[in-house]
Design a protein around this ligand. Structure first.
Ligand code: FES
Ligand SMILES: [Fe+2]
Length: 363
């Protein structure tokens, strides 16, 4: 525990600051989309999928459709995925294109966002100025092979949002590891429940009594890093480091002994979660779909050739337990009798900090 957190906890017991409506109402959901997610960096892909000219990924960030595409000049750019004619969302999913084309009336844009072709332009749009109708720019940045976007073109750099997190992930350099396994999971709960569960130390002994039994929760270390959060806990017994390796994988070459003999769990505010152990570095963004549904975008990085199915199976031993718990709480929140009791003084304190940051961002 950090000194700052200790001082904060000595001053007051943490409390659960959000009302049940925050987890089930459309109005809260819309406010969060507009004031929080549309103003935060979002994790949308892996740099390894955007290496060639024309490679693209799409995402919807706070309700805002965005494209990230590699240009002819090798530069990665982000644009609003909305045609400047009548507002069509043009690209879906991911892939490779030689331009951004709108299938409605076939306006065509270059990979640099410039408007290149307008059918029947002379006759139908004699006064059109193509220079004023390029794709609207957004922001893109890459940290350790992870591609982040922001809906605004002029924002503080991603590094500001990461704060000290890059140092807190220890010896891991996720950018050196390919994404070897991906999965999109559905959780029938509000996104905040899943984030709160991730930064709740208290449940490790109980909900994960079997799945995380190899870890020494009594030596759990965690810290606030601005609005982000980072943690580490060691294995109960160093000899478990080799016996618990997932079949078909090997330990990550570049990490140090401390990271080989423990696990990390981190959070980039508001919804990007990470977990690491000797074999993998995993991100799982918990993306809001509706007030009571979330999509968990799992990306697992490991040494090349790792068994993707075995890695996902290992991660899902604890993720599925977390989803089950969050879905059960979501059900209870529909009850007019629902209320939250006291929070554990130390082990649930990060939840109160998360709520303070969320309320400040959405005010
Ligand atoms: S909406 Fe895109 S060309 Fe008309
Ligand atoms: Fe958990």
């Amino acid at each position: 525990m950090s000194l700052r957190l200790a001082a904060c906890m000595a001053a007051r017991a943490p409390s659960f600051l959000l009302p049940p409506e925050a987890y089930r109402d459309d109005a809260w959901f819309r406010t969060e989309q507009r004031r929080l997610f549309a103003r935060s960096w979002a994790l949308v892909g892996a740099a390894q999928d955007l290496t060639n000219t024309g490679d693209y990924v799409t995402a919807t960030v706070g309700g805002v459709p965005i494209i990230v595409v590699r240009g002819d000049d090798g530069v990665l750019r982000a644009f609003h995925n909305v045609c400047r004619h009548r507002g069509m969302v043009m690209l879906e999913g991911s892939g490779n294109v030689d331009g951004v084309n709108c299938f409605y009336h076939e306006w065509r844009y270059g990979l640099d966002g410039a408007l290149k072709v307008v059918p029947q332009r002379k006759e139908q749009f004699p006064d059109l100025d193509p220079c004023s109708l390029g794709l609207l720019p957004a922001s893109v940045d890459v940290w350790e092979g992870m591609v982040f976007v922001h809906t605004h073109p002029d924002v503080a750099p991603l590094a500001d949002a990461l704060a000290d997190l890059p140092r807190a992930i220890g010896s891991f350099q996720p950018g050196l590891l390919p994404v070897v396994a991906k999965a999109d999971l559905v959780a029938h709960c509000n996104w905040k429940l899943f984030v709160e569960n991730h930064i709740d130390v208290y449940h490790l002994w109980y909900l994960h009594g079997r799945s995380l039994a190899d870890l020494d929760h009594n030596r759990f270390e965690h810290r606030q890093l601005g609005r982000n959060w980072a943690s580490y806990e060691p294995l109960r017994d160093p000899d478990l480091a080799t016996s618990r390796l997932v079949r078909g994988t090997r330990a990550i070459d570049h990490i140090d002994e401390r990271d080989r003999l423990g696990v990390g769990a981190h959070m980039i505010f508001p919804n990007i979660l990470m977990a690491s152990n000797a074999e993998f570095f995993m991100s799982y963004a918990c993306v809001p779909v509706s007030p009571c549904e979330s999509r968990i975008e799992v990306r697992m990085r490991a040494e090349p050739g790792a068994d993707a199915d075995a890695l996902l199976e290992a991660a899902r031993t604890f993720i599925d337990e977390d989803i089950l718990a969050c879905e059960r709480i979501q059900r209870a929140m529909e009850s007019p009798w629902f209320e939250v009791g006291p929070l554990a003084r130390e082990h649930e304190a990060p939840i109160a900090v998360f709520h303070e940051n969320l309320l400040a961002a959405t005010r």
